[in-house]
Design a protein around this ligand. Structure first.
Ligand SMILES: [Zn+2]
Ligand SMILES: [Zn+2]
Length: 355
């Protein structure tokens, strides 16, 4: 959310002339939910939702090579990046609202439920997301786990369920998901605990192995597994795994891709955590982490803008490197690191913390 002074005179970019007077009059504030920068990307939440609802029938969609216009529920067509936070969550609810009356067996019913689950994850409403994703998995028509009627959709749902389990520290009981549970467990003999980490390992090793090298889903799952390792302090394994996966992701999706940027950040984060585990090279590890953070902060600022949640999270993570570490002094840091940091644009109101 922008500070009030900064928003004065700004207009909703979706409907610059029509909506602004009325919506602002009733107090609806402008929000940013994607990676558009400048005046583009500031919009009313209701305008984004209306745009997606109407979008499925628009001429733009018919002219594009995606005939159902589904990506309007999750991706901004101007910057090409996925919506985040509250905007993504609101779109998930709207998508579910529009599609919930469909009959069992209709693929769009399940896709809408998945959008809702992902939206709740984006807004960090993990307990609700857990319920939605387990319900979805219980309703999907299954033959075998990777031979479902909608294989991609079920893989994606399990992947998000695993990340939610990791965030909550829960294990999926899959009480309502007996068929899935039986099928999934048949892939993991002797390892019946369905923690987020175990589920992601199974998905990567046994399910997503069949996806193409340049399939985004495969790389997102690798990222989620890496995040899981970092969260659980499996830092050496995380550094190794993300380093290897990162190369493949850069090759397949390119340096500028959001998944690549987050992977590079998580690598820097795992190196930072590693320096706490002692050893003679802790100063080198800290320095490597600061350099990694600086490079990825610059990348994220360019790709997503200064106010994007990923950019802000990287900034907060870098700040920790300066505030909370083993004994060292700023004299250890080469001057060019400060110079690189000085050149990266800062969000309004954010002070320099590296001097
Ligand atoms: Zn955008
Ligand atoms: Zn508007």
């Amino acid at each position: 959310m922008w500070p009030r002074a900064f928003r004065r005179g700004q207009a909703c970019f979706i409907n610059r002339h029509m909506c602004h007077e009325t919506r602002s009059k009733y107090g609806e504030r402008l929000m940013r939910g994607c990676s558009c920068t400048g005046t583009t990307g500031l919009a009313h939440l209701t305008c984004v939702m209306t745009q997606a609802t109407l979008g499925t029938a628009s001429t733009w969609v018919k002219a594009s090579n995606e005939p159902d216009g589904w990506t309007q529920w999750n991706t901004c067509r101007l910057c090409g990046q996925e919506y985040h936070g509250t905007v993504r969550c609101a779109l998930g609810w709207q998508c579910w609202f529009i599609n919930s009356a469909r009959k069992a067996g209709d693929e769009y019913l399940y896709r809408a439920m998945l959008e809702l689950g992902i939206g709740l994850v984006a807004a960090s409403r993990h307990e609700e997301a857990f319920g939605v994703l387990e319900t979805l998995l219980s309703q999907l028509p299954f033959r075998k786990f990777h031979e479902t009627i909608h294989p991609r959709l079920s893989c994606e749902a399990v992947m998000y369920l695993a990340t939610v389990c990791n965030k909550l520290g829960w294990e999926s009981s899959m009480v309502n998901v007996n068929k899935l549970r039986a099928n999934f467990l048949s892939l993991v003999p002797g390892r019946p605990r369905l923690s987020g980490l175990n589920m992601l390992r199974v998905i990567i090793g046994k399910v997503f192995i069949n996806l193409g090298e340049d399939d985004e889903l495969r790389h997102r799952c690798a990222l989620e597994l890496g995040v899981c390792m970092v969260d659980q302090n499996l830092v050496a394994e995380a550094s190794r795994f993300l380093g290897k996966a990162g190369h493949a992701t850069v090759r397949a999706l390119g340096e500028e891709h959001a998944i690549c940027i987050e992977m590079h950040w998580r690598i820097a984060q795992s190196i930072y955590k590693r320096h706490f585990f002692g050893g003679n090279d802790y100063r080198d590890l800290l320095m490597a982490s600061i350099k990694g953070h600086t490079a990825v902060l610059d990348q994220s600022t360019k790709a997503h803008g200064v106010e994007h949640p990923t950019t802000l999270a990287i900034r907060a993570s870098l700040k920790l490197c300066f505030e909370e570490q083993l004994d060292w002094t700023l004299d250890d840091i080469p001057r060019r690191v400060f110079e690189a940091l000085d050149e990266i644009p800062r969000p309004p109101g954010h002070k320099v913390f590296w001097r």
